[in-house]
Ligand binder design. Structure first.
Ligand code: MV4
Length: 445
């Protein structure tokens, strides 16, 4: 087992990893930017190294500085968290070269699954259902038109190097293909330095349902069930729940089996997520694989009663998965609390926390790095806390969430708490009757 883990991240996820390391008796090294010198992840780690100025590029994204911090502290592994370098194949490669264990997949795996067109072809070839569309990249406007005419409009053009909603264009009819193709490929070239596109049938008002996986070095891959992440705004998830309220037990089993099949076919190791779109008839289609632990992992932890970061550390150390998935027990929600003003188009609201009170009690969990007098810096993601609730069923989990929000107090900045409280009284939310386009409907009374 590792003796010392460096956490190459900040905020709530850095603290989340530190907590599990402590329980495992593993020492921790925090890295931080000048802007984060008073952050809780710095306070709770055994050691901390300042790696640069506020800018992400010069700190949490700066590979030489992070490797140097691991070298001087003698860390034998690095946990990347999510975002920043978590899906950077180059970083995974450099860790390998430096004989520091990267707690995540191999550079080759990150590269393969990061190429969304290639990942899709790989999944299709092993029998995982995928959205009908091009076989790999579309080389030209003419080929795009030809495929679109075969499968029928609307279609969607996506960047092979994209993911998470960047570099996509919906095309409703043939005379829009040319324009969409050029804008999407230019955007992809600028954003990802790779102009390659692929095309698929546009599924209207889908649900986004994903499967949490954990693979070990012995070829085992386990499914920790599904998460419904359909409540999003501009591709930012706001609320996630497990299990999905619209998936039948039969479809849930089929999705889990398909995800395991896909991950086994590439010898997947570590924590991973397979994302599916689910249409009105509960037909599901693979869209992407994420090769990291995700923000919303706690809801899967709650319904399986398993610490997923702990499993990640065990499998990275070459051991078996310690705690296997269970039959999903009860229901869990995650509400993302962002330092944003929901009344002003979710504009960022950094600043000092003047007063703070976290909710507690049975079935309530808050993952957060903030505290009274902490100043939220303006340079990073606006996620400041996650409220995670568990209940015996969906109805009880909703009641508990309402109760928890009644206690939750953050003063000094604007947050998404009032927005969540509104959604918790919305009829579409209460009946589970929402999809990825529902955000406006979810704010009706
Ligand atoms: C789609 C789609 C409809 N049809 N693909 C957006 C994020 C990226 N991971 C995939 N996305 C979508 N892909 C096909 N073939 C609709 C979306 C989509 C979406 C997906 C999940 C959650 C929210 C979304 C919001 C808009 C579009």
């Amino acid at each position: 087992m590792f003796k010392k883990i460096l956490i190459a991240n900040r905020g709530e996820i850095a603290l989340r990893v530190i907590r599990t390391c402590k329980e495992l008796g593993i020492s921790t090294v925090a890295v931080y930017s000048v802007a984060d010198k008073n952050s809780a992840h710095v306070i709770f780690a055994d050691e901390a190294v300042c790696i640069g100025p506020a800018s992400g590029k010069e700190s949490y994204l700066n590979i030489p500085r992070i490797i140097a911090a691991a070298e001087v502290t003698g860390a034998d592994a690095i946990h990347p968290g999510y975002g920043f370098l978590a899906e950077n194949a180059n970083f995974s490669q450099i860790c390998e070269d430096m004989k520091i264990k990267f707690i995540g997949p191999s550079p080759d795996m990150i590269r393969k699954m990061g190429d969304k067109a290639f990942a899709k072809t790989t999944m299709k070839n092993c029998g995982v259902p995928v959205v009908p569309g091009s076989d790999g990249a579309v080389e030209s406007v003419e080929i795009a038109k030809k495929i679109a005419n075969e499968i029928g409009y609307p279609v969607i053009l996506k960047a092979s190097a994209g993911g998470g909603g960047k570099g996509m264009r919906i095309v409703w009819k043939e005379d829009e293909v040319e324009n969409a193709f050029h804008t999407a490929s230019n955007e992809a070239k600028t954003g990802f330095d790779n102009a390659e596109l692929y095309l698929e049938k546009f599924i209207e008002s889908p649900r986004h349902v994903e499967i949490q996986l954990m693979g070990d070095q012995f070829g085992n891959v386990y499914s920790y069930g599904d998460r419904d992440c359909s409540i999003q705004r501009r591709h930012q998830k706001l609320i996630e729940e497990s299990p999905s309220p619209i998936i039948s037990e039969e479809v849930r089993k089929q999705m889990s089996d398909a995800a395991i099949l896909g991950a086994k076919s590439v010898n997947y190791e570590g924590a991973g997520t397979i994302e599916f779109l689910v249409d009105k008839d509960q037909k599901f289609y693979f869209i992407e694989m994420n090769t990291r632990i995700q923000v919303e992992h706690p809801i899967s932890e709650m319904v399986n009663n398993v610490d997923l970061i702990k499993q990640q550390i065990y499998v990275a150390a070459g051991e078996k998965v310690q705690d296997l998935p269970t039959k999903l027990n009860g229901h869990s929600f995650e509400f993302r609390i962002n330092a944003e003003d929901p009344d002003f188009n979710f504009r960022p609201s950094p600043g000092r926390i003047e007063y703070l009170h976290f909710p507690g009690g049975f079935g309530v969990r808050v993952d957060s790095h903030i505290y009274t007098d902490y100043i939220i810096p303006p340079y990073y993601d606006s996620l400041i806390a996650k409220l995670i609730v568990w209940g015996v069923d969906r109805e009880h989990a909703i009641k508990r969430a309402k109760r928890a929000f009644d206690e939750f107090t953050i003063e000094g900045i604007k947050t998404t708490i009032p927005f969540h409280q509104r959604i918790l009284n919305n009829k579409y939310f209460l009946t589970g009757n929402y999809d990825t386009n529902s955000i406006e409907k979810l704010l009706e009374n």
